[in-house]
Design a protein around this ligand. Structure first.
Ligand SMILES: Nc1ncnc2c1ncn2[C@@H]1O[C@H](COP(=O)(O)OP(=O)(O)O)[C@@H](O)[C@H]1O
Ligand SMILES: [Mg+2]
Length: 395
C-alpha cells in the first residue's frame, strides 16, 4: 500500500516508489490517496482553491492513477490520533461538519513576519537557514526571505537544493541584488571526485589509484561533496546575505566536529587538507550574530514533533534557532468552510505548543495561490500580513 497526498510532489514520489518496487519484482501494489479535500462550502475561496489544487495534481498524474488500483480517504477535520479516530478513518465519510459560527480562539502573541525580516536585515550580512520536514515550505520561506531582503536594498544570494528548481527559474531575473543558484549533487560529486584524483590520486600507482576511484564511488562521496558546497555558500555570508533552504542535520554537524578533532589529534598536517570554509563552518553556524536558523513547520502533529526533535539535535551541535515559522496556517485565513474551520481550530494547540518551544514564533497563512514568483513570496512577509492576518483569527 503506497500512501500519498493529492499533491504533485507526493504523487511523483509515489510513482517513483511504484517503479522501483516493480523493478525488483514487487508488483502487488495499491495506492491510497489520503486526506483528499472536498469543499463543503464551494463558495468559500480558500476551500475552492484547495480542492482545485488537489484536482490539478491528480489530473497531472492521471497516467499513474490509471495504472494502479487506488483508494481515496477523505480529509478529516481533526488529527487522527487515538483509537476512535483511527476506527473512523476508514469508514465512509462522516456527515458534513456543522457550519461553525463560534469565533476561533486568538493565537499567542506572535512576531509579525515583517519584523522577522527586519531582525535579519539588521545584521547587514550573514547566513539564513530554513530547516524542517519535507513539504512544510522551507524553499518557499527561504525564497520569501531572500526576496524581502533584496527589496530592502541588500545583496542576497539564494542557494536552493530543491530539485524542482522552479524557484530559481521564476526568480532568476528581475530582482535587483538577488542571485540564485542550486546545489546540484551530481555536479558537486563530479567536481569533488576530479579534485581528489588530481591531488591525492596524482602520485599513486595504477592499483592504488583504482582503489581510490572505487572509494570515490561510494555514496559518502556525494554527502561530502554536497557538504563542501554548503560550506562554500556559508562562507559567502561574510560579504552579503546568503539564504539556504537546506542544511546538514545537527547530527551530521556533530560528526563533522568529531572527525575534525580526530584528525587534529592524529596528524596536525591533516588540518591543512580540510578546506577553510569547512573548518570554519561549525563555529560560524554557532554564532547567532552570523547565522540565523529558522525552523519551518505546519500547525500539525507530525511536522511539529519532528521539528522539535530537530531543534534538540541542533542544540546538541551548539546551534540555537533564531525563530520558528508556522507556515500554511488555515487559522490565519478567512475560510468559512466548516471542515477547514475545524482544522483551523485544531491548529490552536500547535500554536501554543510551538510557543512553548521557542520564544520567537511567527506564522504565515495558507495562500490561495501557491507563493511562486517575487510578488507572491513578498506577500508572505509583507507589513500588512502581520496585524491583519492575526485579526482574521478572531472572525
Ligand atoms: N503559505 C503557503 N500557502 C500555500 N501554499 C504554500 C505555502 N507555503 C508553501 N506552499 C506550497 O507547498 C509546497 C511545498 O513547499 P516547499 O517550499 O517546496 O516545501 P519544502 O521546501 O519544505 O519541501 C509547494 O507547492 C509550495 O508552493
Ligand atoms: Mg525544498
Amino acid at each position: 500500500m503506497l500512501v500519498t497526498r493529492a499533491a504533485d510532489s507526493a504523487l511523483a514520489e509515489a510513482c517513483r516508489t511504484r517503479d522501483e518496487l516493480a523493478e525488483v519484482g514487487i508488483a502487488n501494489q495499491a495506492l491510497i490517496i489520503n486526506g483528499r479535500f472536498r469543499a463543503t462550502m464551494p463558495t468559500d475561496p480558500i476551500a475552492a482553491a484547495l480542492e482545485e489544487r488537489e484536482s490539478r495534481a491528480l489530473e497531472k498524474h492521471a497516467d499513474f492513477l490509471a495504472s494502479i488500483d487506488h483508494y481515496t480517504v477523505p480529509l478529516r477535520a481533526e488529527n487522527i490520533v487515538g483509537g476512535e479516530a483511527l476506527r473512523q478513518l476508514l469508514t465512509p465519510a462522516p456527515p458534513d461538519a456543522p457550519v461553525e459560527t463560534e469565533p476561533l480562539p486568538a493565537p499567542p502573541p506572535f512576531r509579525a513576519p515583517a519584523d522577522i525580516i527586519k531582525d535579519v536585515a539588521a545584521a547587514g550580512r550573514g547566513v539564513i537557514l530554513t530547516m524542517g520536514k519535507g513539504g512544510v515550505g522551507k524553499t518557499t520561506v527561504a525564497a520569501g526571505i531572500a526576496v524581502a531582503l533584496a527589496r530592502a536594498g541588500h545583496k542576497v544570494h539564494l542557494t536552493t537544493t530543491d530539485p524542482a528548481a522552479h524557484l530559481a527559474a521564476t526568480l532568476a531575473d528581475g530582482i535587483d541584488g538577488l542571485t540564485v543558484d542550486r546545489i546540484d549533487p551530481a555536479a558537486e560529486t563530479a567536481a569533488y571526485t576530479e579534485e581528489v584524483l588530481a591531488t591525492r590520486g596524482a602520485n599513486l600507482d595504477a592499483e592504488a589509484r583504482a582503489l581510490l576511484e572505487e572509494d570515490l564511488r561510494s555514496p559518502c562521496t556525494e554527502e561530502i561533496a554536497v557538504f563542501r558546497a554548503f560550506a562554500r555558500s556559508v562562507d559567502r555570508g561574510r560579504e552579503q546575505f546568503v539564504v539556504l533552504d537546506t542544511a546538514p542535520t545537527g547530527h551530521t554537524l556533530l560528526l563533522l566536529d568529531a572527525t575534525q578533532a580526530y584528525h587534529r589529534e592524529l596528524n596536525r598536517q591533516a588540518r591543512e587538507t580540510i578546506p577553510e570554509a569547512v573548518r570554519e563552518l561549525l563555529p560560524r553556524l554557532r554564532d547567532p550574530g552570523f547565522c540565523k536558523v529558522f525552523i519551518v513547520t505546519l500547525p500539525e502533529t507530525t511536522p511539529v514533533h519532528e521539528a522539535a526533535a530537530l531543534q534538540e539535535d541542533l542544540r546538541r551541535a551548539g546551534i540555537t534557532p533564531a525563530a520558528w515559522i508556522i507556515n500554511q496556517s488555515l487559522a490565519l485565513t478567512e475560510t468559512r468552510d466548516p471542515l477547514l474551520r475545524r482544522r483551523a481550530r485544531s491548529e490552536h494547540r500547535f500554536f501554543h505548543e510551538v510557543a512553548s518551544l521557542h520564544p520567537t514564533v511567527t506564522a504565515t497563512p495558507w495562500a490561495v495561490h501557491p507563493p511562486i514568483g517575487a510578488e507572491a513570496l513578498l506577500a508572505l512577509f509583507s507589513e500588512n500580513q502581520s496585524s491583519e492576518s492575526h485579526a482574521k483569527v478572531h472572525l
